[in-house]
Design a binder for this molecule. Structure first.
Ligand code: GUN
Length: 312
């Protein structure tokens, strides 16, 4: 268990144990969804415009189908309108750009996402750039990423926005802390490094960005007050790699075969949970930590889009 302070009783020094707080992303996500649902009710009472999210799914990748299905279901649950645009695997880039243009010009649609990855023959960058920045509720458009770097109002990408919400709602102190991020993806690690360094709460950290080419990774993880892991390697971070009292955010989620579960598989994070939790002050479990927050983030961004909070 982490020891954060000591108490003296004449001759003996007693280490005072602090509890490890397990960050309940599922609960926070549900709370956020309830808050948004209440807002939608108020909009309906006032005959306002119901927020409308669209999702484009190209092809039939199983994981993408599940993710998009969950997003559409969450919209229905909280009272948003949702539109699912299903396109075949053979859709050309030109055809997809035409659909994107249609959504840009559809006044009823407040925000939309193009589920990634796209089939290999379509250039993702061309598609993301074609999304109108004011409808880019994924926060992937270069203009929105630039606004994030400049600390201007913008749509934050779902996973980083979800993590920021967890820091906020659990009132986790970040100012002056050393935040070590493992993974430099455009969707998680890279935006997270910008957000944690910003002059904001959460933020004001000294950030170290580690990645697959980092030498002596353990030297860095051992110095982390806050460790954000988005690596995609199950149980990579072990107890001997972290210090007592560390805040651990585990973004990894890998399906592995299990002989114990009924389904025949289980989900593992990038962190060896039990042993690292024993040293951590805060930790996100997998599943039930960061994962559920991504849907809440998308809904929050869609509400912002419908309120024209970022762009007029
Ligand atoms: N694929 C994996 N994560 C995401 C996401 O957050 N948004 C989109 N559009 N595609 C994804």
């Amino acid at each position: 268990m982490p020891y954060l302070c000591s108490a003296r009783d004449d001759t003996k020094i007693y280490k005072i144990k602090t509890m490890t707080t397990i960050i309940d992303g599922k609960l926070i996500s549900l709370q956020i969804q309830e808050e948004i649902a209440a807002e939608v009710k108020a909009i309906k009472v006032n005959n306002g415009k119901i927020p409308h999210l669209a999702a484009i799914l190209v092809g039939s990748d199983g994981a993408s189908e599940t993710y998009v299905g969950a997003k559409v279901k969450a919209c229905e649950k909280i009272g948003f309108k949702s539109t699912m645009v299903r396109l075949s695997e053979s859709t050309t880039e030109k055809e997809l750009l035409y659909i994107v243009e249609g959504l840009n010009n559809d006044a009823d649609i407040d925000g939309y996402i193009v589920q990634l990855p796209l089939p290999k023959h379509i250039n993702e960058h061309n598609i993301v750039q074609a999304i109108a920045p004011q409808k880019d509720v994924d926060g992937f458009h270069p203009q929105n990423i630039g606004r994030m770097a400049l600390n201007l109002p913008t749509y934050l990408p779902a996973t980083p926005y979800g993590i920021i919400q967890l820091f906020e709602r659990y009132k986790i102190d970040t100012a002056g802390k050393h935040c070590v991020i493992i993974g430099r993806s455009h969707i998680v690690g890279s935006p997270m490094s910008i957000l944690m360094a910003r002059n904001n709460f959460p933020g004001n950290c000294t950030v170290t960005m580690c990645h697959s080419r980092t030498a002596n990774l353990k030297e860095y993880t051992l110095k982390a007050d806050i460790l954000i892991v988005a690596l995609g390697k199950p149980e990579f971070i072990t107890a001997e790699m972290v210090k007592d009292g560390v805040v651990v955010i585990d973004v990894g989620i890998t399906r592995v075969i299990s002989e114990v579960t009924k389904s025949g598989y289980k989900l593992l994070g990038d962190v060896k949970y039990d042993e690292v939790a024993a040293k951590a002050s805060f930790i996100t479990p997998v599943p039930g930590g960061v994962g559920p927050m991504t849907i809440a983030s998308l809904l929050m961004n869609t509400l912002k889009a419908s309120r024209k909070e970022i762009y007029d």
